[in-house]
Design a protein around this ligand. Structure first.
Ligand SMILES: [Zn+2]
Ligand SMILES: [Zn+2]
Length: 358
């Protein structure tokens, strides 16, 4: 019987895929194993094709790479994919050239509030935890606003977050600051890798049944780009027709997109990193989650993270009257006019147990 072996040749690394489970750069030890009659196919993957594949995934996140990968490669940072994230941070420094205006500052604050609420209320409390009931059109609008914050699509976000709750601060938690990667990994490094780029659909089967959410997840990059373009157009029109406002296309893009989106990102990421490191532990959860008033104010209530890990199904995360939870207040107002339906604060959340900090 003739064994059929396939050898993938890409760049300077020789990768083997065969029944012997060969690893990278082990080609030299394999020929003797193939035997005289083995049929060996060598496939050279064109570097340009690989680059094109990776570039296309900017616009279609369901696109699979044709390149086989090793576990080490899975954990490497994918710089091409991270480039827009870095450019967005560099764009913030353009404020030195564009200056500011009241219009730009209001736009920046408005888009921060809108997208932060969309992330905390819809990506987190609704899609990840189903903590309240809402009509489908509202969920879609909320997911639309959250996707415009450039934090990937709704299925990706919810899948990673559900996994976080399942094994918080333990093996399998993609963004624990107590893992080997430390603070930077939990804050920004984890999502830059190929491993965490994918959406684990096994975690979000209920959400994947909604075609509108699947579409948003697949083309998640379209919303942030559209927002950037719209801000540029709005700035140019205002500069032409209302010069008294003192704004411009570049100024609106810098304040409305770069600064606002960067602020939303770091505030949200602080919940993954800082909220598992600093603050008070009110409940004896199995993880290192903590409560912080400052992060709660910046993230519209998400800073009550120890409360949240104690009772993830609660739409309200500030359990006490003084624990400010802006997202909950808005959802409560929407429930008063009959748009959303909230459940009562669970008994577990009303016990107010305390334990000494570990
Ligand atoms: Zn957490
Ligand atoms: Zn959660």
């Amino acid at each position: 019987m003739v064994d059929r072996q396939v050898v993938y040749w890409h760049g300077s690394h020789l990768r083997i895929s065969c029944q012997y489970g060969c690893a990278e750069n082990q080609a030299c030890i394999l020929p003797p194993l193939f035997g005289e009659d083995a049929e060996v196919s060598v496939i050279r993957l064109q570097p340009r094709l690989a680059l094109r594949e990776r570039a296309l995934r900017f616009f279609d996140s369901t696109r699979r790479s044709r390149l086989p990968t090793s576990p080490e490669q899975e954990d490497r940072i994918e710089w091409l994919r991270v480039l827009p994230f870095l450019l967005m941070h560099l764009g913030c420094f353009m404020v030195y050239f564009t200056g500011y205006s009241t219009t730009a500052l209001v736009t920046c604050a408005g888009l921060y509030a809108l997208r932060m609420f969309s992330i905390t209320a819809f990506y987190h409390r609704y899609l990840s935890h189903r903590a309240f009931e809402a009509p489908r059109w509202l969920v879609f609008l909320g997911a639309l606003g959250a996707t415009a914050a450039a934090q990937r699509g709704p299925l990706w976000w919810a899948a990673h977050h559900r996994t976080h709750h399942r094994c918080a601060d333990q093996a399998g938690d993609a963004h624990s600051p107590h893992g080997k990667g430390g603070f930077f990994w939990s804050h920004a490094g984890w999502f830059m890798t190929r491993r965490n780029f994918r959406t684990d659909l096994s975690q979000v089967g209920d959400l994947a049944m909604c075609p509108e959410l699947r579409w948003l997840d697949r083309f998640d990059i379209v919303l942030p780009i559209s927002l950037l373009v719209l801000l540029g157009i709005a700035g140019a029109l205002l500069q032409q027709h209302a010069p008294g406002l003192g704004t411009s296309a570049a100024q609106m893009m810098v304040w409305g997109f770069c600064i606002s989106t960067t602020a939303v990102f770091h505030a949200t990421s602080s919940v993954n990193s800082l909220s598992h490191l600093f603050g008070r532990r009110a409940y004896p959860t199995r993880d290192h989650s903590r409560n912080s008033m400052l992060i709660a104010l910046l993230t519209f209530g998400e800073g009550w993270h120890n409360n949240h890990h104690w009772c993830p199904g609660s739409v309200r995360q500030g359990f006490r009257w003084w624990q400010i939870d802006l997202s909950f207040y808005v959802l409560w107002l929407l429930s008063i006019v009959g748009i959303t339906r909230l459940r009562r604060l669970p008994a577990r959340a009303r016990q107010h147990k305390t334990s000494p900090s570990p």
